[in-house]
Design a binder for this molecule. Structure first.
Ligand SMILES: Cc1ncc(COP(=O)(O)O)c(C=O)c1O
Length: 469
C-alpha cells in the first residue's frame, strides 16, 4: 500500500468488518476525520471516496458518509437449494409450536421466532392510536366491522399499494387477522384438499403449516439466496406436476432474505399466467428493505387478476395487533365470503388504530427508522456468527427483513442443537422446519431483531461450543 489514504481506508474497512461501525452509522465528518488523524481534508476525502468505491460506505447529500447496509463479508453464502423434486405432504412441524411458545417466555434468549423485540416497534404511538380510536369511535368498537373490513384502513392500504404500481381499489381489499390468515384464505380460495402447491425452498414454516392443515401437498422449488426462486426449475415443475397454486415471498423472503429483481418478477407473473396458475404473493416484509427505495410487487404486473397479494403490519407495527390484508384479484368475492364464514370479522379497534397510524404519516416515518435498525441488527448478528461459529459456516446476506439463514459445516443436526439449547434457555429455529420433508437439518435461522446485550453474545458462544462438541 503506497499511499497514506489507502492505508487509512483499509484500516477503516477493517473496523467496519469487525462491526465497530454498523450499517446506517454516520462516520465522522471529513474535517473531524482529518483532525483525528492529523491529515489534510483532501486526504480524508480520498479515504472516504476509496471506501465508497469499494462499497463500504455511501455519501448522502448534505448529510455525510454512512456505512452501507451490506458491507463486505468474511463468510460465504449458502448456494442454491436442491429440494426433493416431487410433491410431498408436510411433516415435522411439531417443534414449531414449542418454538413460538418460547417467543412469549421473557426468560428465554429468543433468536427463534421471527418476532421483533418491542424496542424495534412504535409501541407508544400504537398505544396512543388505540386509545384515540377507543375514545373517538366507541360506537364502532362495540360492533362487528364485517368483511371486507374498516373502510378507512382499506383506503389507506389501497393508496400505499397504488404507490407501488398496483391498481387496486379499497373495495378489492379484505382485512384479515394477519398475513397467516391471508395466506390461508388465499389457498382455500384456489385449491382443494390433495392439490399440489409450488413453494420456494426453504420457506417460512407458517406456510407449511397452512398447507398441512388444508390437506395439500408441497412441491419445493430450488431457490437462490440472492436471486430467489429458480424460474427454470419452476417451469419444469409446472410441466411435470399438476400444480394448482404457487406461493412465494418475492420481497425479502423468510428465511433467505433475497429480493427478486423487477425483471424476474415480471417473468414469474408471465410464466404462471401462461399456465393459468394463481400466484399467492406474501409481501409481509416488503416495507423492510435496507435501502430506502421500496421494491415493486408482483401484483403490479397482474393483468388477469390471478395474483393474490397478502401482507400485514406484523413485522412493521406489531404482530400483536393482528392486522393484515389480502387483495385477491378475481378471487375477491370468494375470499370475502371465506373470511366471513371463518371468523365473521377482524377486531375493529386494531383496524382503526392502524388506519390512524397510516393516515397521520407516522407509519412512513417509523419505517425509515426501522429499515436502518433492522439493517444494523442483521449486520450485527452476522458479525456475531462470524466471531463465534466454526470454520466452514455459511451465512446469507439478506437485503431486507430481520432473519439470517446459517449453514453449519459437516453433519450437524440443528434439530438436536435446538432441543439442547431450549434446555439452556435459548431458542433458535432449526432448518428442518423450513422444508416439507425435513431437509436442511444442517441449517438454522436466527432472528436478529433482538436487543443486543451480553445474553446474545453468550447465546452465540453457547451455540458455537455445542457445535464444536
Ligand atoms: C413470510 C411470512 N409470512 C407470514 C407471516 C405471518 O404473519 P402474521 O403475523 O401477520 O400472520 C410471517 C411471520 O413470521 C412470515 O415470516
Amino acid at each position: 500500500m503506497d499511499y497514506l489514504y489507502e492505508r487509512l481506508a483499509s484500516e477503516l474497512a477493517e473496523q467496519i468488518g469487525l462491526g465497530l461501525f454498523l450499517p446506517g452509522d454516520r462516520l465522522p465528518g471529513v474535517r473531524a476525520f482529518s483532525g483525528q488523524h492529523n491529515i489534510s481534508v483532501a486526504t480524508a476525502v480520498a479515504v472516504y471516496r476509496r471506501l465508497e468505491d469499494e462499497g463500504y460506505i455511501e455519501a448522502r447529500p448534505r448529510s455525510g458518509f454512512y456505512v452501507r447496509a451490506r458491507a463486505r463479508r468474511h463468510t460465504d453464502e449458502p448456494g442454491i437449494s436442491s429440494p426433493k423434486n416431487r410433491p410431498s405432504p408436510v411433516s415435522g412441524q411439531e417443534l414449531a409450536l414449542q418454538l413460538v411458545k418460547a417467543a412469549n417466555d421473557t426468560a428465554m434468549t429468543q433468536l427463534g421466532a421471527a418476532v421483533p423485540a418491542p424496542s424495534f416497534l412504535p409501541t407508544r404511538a400504537i398505544e396512543r392510536a388505540v386509545a384515540n380510536a377507543n375514545r373517538c369511535q366507541r360506537h364502532r368498537n362495540t360492533s362487528y366491522e364485517f368483511p371486507p373490513g374498516v373502510g378507512e384502513l382499506r383506503r389507506q392500504i389501497a393508496r400505499r399499494m397504488a404507490e407501488n404500481g398496483c391498481r387496486v381499489g379499497a373495495d378489492e381489499i379484505v382485512i384479515t387477522h394477519g398475513c397467516q390468515e391471508s395466506l390461508t384464505l388465499a389457498l382455500r380460495a384456489v385449491t382443494s384438499p390433495g392439490d399440489v402447491v409450488a413453494i420456494e425452498s426453504p420457506t417460512f414454516y407458517g406456510l407449511l403449516q397452512v398447507i398441512d392443515s388444508l390437506g395439500l401437498e408441497a412441491l419445493e422449488i430450488p431457490t437462490h439466496p440472492q436471486d430467489g426462486v429458480s424460474l427454470e426449475a419452476l417451469q419444469l415443475a409446472l410441466e411435470q406436476w399438476p400444480v394448482k397454486a404457487c406461493v412465494l415471498v418475492p420481497n425479502y423472503s423468510n428465511p433467505l432474505g433475497y429480493c427478486m429483481s423487477e425483471k424476474l418478477k415480471r417473468a414469474l407473473v408471465a410464466l404462471l399466467s401462461q399456465h393459468r396458475i394463481p400466484l399467492i404473493e406474501d409481501d409481509v416484509y416488503g416495507d423492510l428493505g435496507f435501502t430506502q427505495r421500496r421494491p415493486d410487487v408482483c401484483k403490479s404486473y397482474d393483468k388477469t387478476g390471478d395474483v393474490l397479494h397478502c401482507a400485514s403490519f406484523s413485522k412493521t407495527l406489531s404482530p400483536g395487533l393482528r392486522v393484515g390484508w389480502i387483495a385477491a384479484g378475481r378471487y375477491q368475492e370468494k375470499v370475502e365470503y371465506l373470511k366471513f364464514v371463518t371468523n365473521l370479522a377482524t377486531s375493529t379497534l386494531p383496524q382503526l388504530a392502524v388506519a390512524d397510524l397510516l393516515e397521520s404519516g407516522l407509519y412512513e416515518r417509523h419505517l425509515r427508522k426501522m429499515r436502518r435498525e433492522y439493517a444494523r441488527a442483521v449486520e450485527r448478528m452476522i458479525a456475531g456468527v462470524e466471531r463465534h461459529f466454526p470454520e466452514g459456516t455459511k451465512v446469507t446476506s439478506p437485503q431486507g427483513g430481520f432473519v439470517i439463514w446459517v449453514e453449519l459445516p459437516g453433519e450437524t443436526d440443528s434439530f438436536a442443537l435446538a432441543r439442547n439449547l431450549l434446555k439452556q434457555g435459548i431458542s433458535i429455529a432449526p432448518g428442518a422446519i423450513f422444508s416439507a420433508t425435513g431437509k436442511y437439518r444442517n441449517f438454522l435461522r436466527l432472528s436478529c431483531a433482538c436487543d443486543w446485550d451480553d445474553r446474545i453474545e453468550r447465546a452465540l458462544a453457547t451455540m458455537a461450543r455445542l457445535l464444536n462438541e
